[in-house]
Design a protein around this ligand. Structure first.
Ligand SMILES: [Zn+2]
Length: 392
């Protein structure tokens, strides 16, 4: 399969802001100049004139002044970012809930190039354009869901996945008890899987939505996002171990304890501030891949105990293998940043590695659910009986 000639960008998407004078960071203490990040009709201001403009805005001159502040990325970082810089009171007042200025701000932001992003928003330098500027307003962040930018695909892939598993999970929980051999136990087992999937996908779309709010919010939600991945992996182990070692409670319990301990360790590691930085991309992929691959031990145990011929159909190994391949492919693309590595600037909005990774996570979780549902059907067909002839 060749990559030559493959195009994945929108050839004429209108959101790109280009500006010769806005692609270079301004000197320390200075604000960027130029018309690229300003709205049409506004005129360049002299260095350090934001304060003057702010005073005028506070007086209600929205149209006259234009949203120069919101469209420029640096003032957010330098003066709004954490709300701790000198002179913050005025911008905060300007962005007070319900103010006209805030509404203007929310509706008028434009995407910006990677070069002008503050460091805490720089994640993937193969995505050259189409980034949201820092937007210290949750309302603006959530409204950006309906705009085209580098995170649009990331948000929607997991928002839709979240709704999908939420509806399925409710369906499983309220299905008649006659479908289960041990209704309470099995609902808990499936409920653990659905809880892991729902939390993972929910934390993920929330993270990608508020990622541009501020450094502090981005850091907090990235930890939730990574914890969610661990919850999905651990939640996936639970029904699989329950049904695979249905008649062997001792190894079943040991494996469940081990995966919980590994999961707690992964969540603890992901609380480390540097874990979310671009330099640790491969480490992140490795931690979650390692957690998932720890399932090789119980898989080999199952195959040795049952024999390959019986284990493959009885253990739904085909579905398990497909799930593993989807997750591994997703993690590999994510770590290597393929395909955007080969087409810098061409996959800014659609088909970049993080989006593909998101789709593969939803696909992998769906395949896993199908596999464990088949295992459950197999146990139900035996009436939950454990005899000499039954598998583990
Ligand atoms: Zn993500």
């Amino acid at each position: 399969m060749g990559l030559a000639g493959w195009h994945c960008d929108l050839s004429s998407w209108p959101y790109l802001l280009c500006a010769q004078d806005s692609t270079q960071a301004p000197p320390a203490g200075r604000t960027p100049q130029g018309s690229c990040l300003a709205m049409p009709g506004s005129t360049p201001e002299a260095p350090g004139s934001h304060r003057r403009g702010l005073t005028d805005r506070a007086g209600g001159g929205v149209k006259r002044l234009g949203p120069r502040w919101p469209l420029s990325p640096w003032p957010h970082q330098a003066q709004w970012g954490m709300g701790k810089q000198p002179g913050m009171s005025a911008p905060n007042a300007w962005l007070s809930p319900g103010s006209l200025s805030l509404q203007v701000w929310e509706g008028r932001w434009r995407v910006i190039p990677h070069d002008v992003l503050p460091d805490w928003l720089k994640d993937n330098d193969f995505l050259l354009h189409g980034h949201r500027p820092p937007m210290p307003s949750f309302r603006a962040c959530f409204r950006s869901i309906f705009h085209l930018h580098t995170e649009t695909g990331n948000i929607w892939t997991h928002l839709l996945g979240f709704l999908f598993f939420l509806v399925l999970g409710i369906g499983y929980m309220i299905s008649p008890s006659i479908n289960y051999v041990a209704p309470i136990q099995e609902r808990i087992v499936f409920g653990t899987f659905f809880l892991g999937a729902i939390l993972c996908l929910c934390f993920s779309w929330l993270f990608h939505t508020v990622y541009c709010h501020s450094e502090r919010v981005s850091r907090t939600f990235s930890k939730l996002d990574y914890s969610g991945i661990t919850l999905l992996i651990v939640g996936s182990f639970v029904p699989w171990l329950y049904y695979s070692f249905y008649c062997s409670p001792q190894p079943q319990l040991i494996y469940l304890i081990i995966v919980c301990v590994l999961g707690i360790t992964a969540i603890t590691v992901s609380q480390w501030d540097h874990f979310a930085t671009p330099q640790y991309r491969a480490v992140r992929a490795g931690v979650f891949l390692g957690l998932g691959l720890s399932g090789l031990v119980p898989t080999l145990h199952f195959m040795l105990a049952e024999g390959l011929v019986q284990a493959v159909p009885a253990g739904q190994m085909g579905w398990l293998l497909l799930m593993a391949l989807l997750y591994i492919l997703g993690a590999a693309l994510y770590a290597a940043r393929v395909p955007e590595r080969f087409f810098p600037g061409k996959c800014d909005i659609w088909f970049h590695s993080h989006q593909i990774f998101h789709v593969l996570v939803v696909a992998g979780a769906s395949v896993h659910l199908h596999g464990v549902s088949q295992l459950q059907a197999f146990r139900s067909s035996l009436g939950g009986a454990c005899t000499e002839s039954t598998v583990l």
